[in-house]
Design a protein around this ligand. Structure first.
Ligand SMILES: [Zn+2]
Length: 176
């Protein structure tokens, strides 16, 4: 991974999106590099290819299969996202007229999303709107609360977290 080059790309993307230079020094979020190795996992809910680090992929499959044994269907929504894709997500919202400050409470700026690590997953349940707080009322979420830690996953943005990111009951990250 070319460190300096990556940081420069992040700075360029921030610039293009109008994210102030102060973001980097004031955000409580960490700066994440993209991993060197990613492997394919299952297609997501939308039929898109998704990738994770090899260890995160193994842990996800194990967790998903254990959940299935308990009749819980964990639906994959999003896994690895590169900095360019993260910038596109933000650009799309800006183009729709959303305010940057509001967008950054939902989408971390490029370089600061845990999805860059290839260890973060957005998980949904069939019976619930995707990426909505309501997910916390599903049995899938209850199962994750009880069992995810056994597979190395934890919720990154619990209610009232200090990161500046909204409560995200659907976002879980694997720790190596
Ligand atoms: Zn997420």
């Amino acid at each position: 991974m070319e460190d300096i080059n990556y940081k420069q790309r992040v700075i360029c993307l921030h610039d293009a999106l109008g994210i102030p230079a102060s973001y980097a020094t004031t955000t409580p979020l960490s700066f994440y590099e993209e991993p060197d190795v990613l492997v394919k996992t299952e297609l997501d809910f939308f039929g898109r290819e998704q990738r994770l680090t090899p260890n995160a992929e193994k842990a996800w499959v194990k967790m998903r299969d254990h959940a299935a044994l308990a009749n819980i269907n964990l639906v994959l929504i999003s896994a690895f996202r590169g900095i360019d894709y993260q910038a596109q997500l933000i650009r799309r919202k800006l183009d729709q007229g959303q305010v940057l400050e509001d967008i950054l409470c939902v989408n971390a700026a490029p370089g600061y999303s845990e999805h860059h690590t290839g260890r973060a997953l957005d998980i949904a349940s069939q019976d619930c709107p995707k990426l909505e707080e309501e997910f916390e009322r599903t049995i899938a979420f209850s199962w994750l609360r009880e069992n995810a830690a056994d597979f190395g996953f934890s919720m990154s943005f619990p209610r009232g977290n200090a990161s500046g990111i909204i409560y995200e009951p659907w976002h879980w990250c694997y720790s190596e």
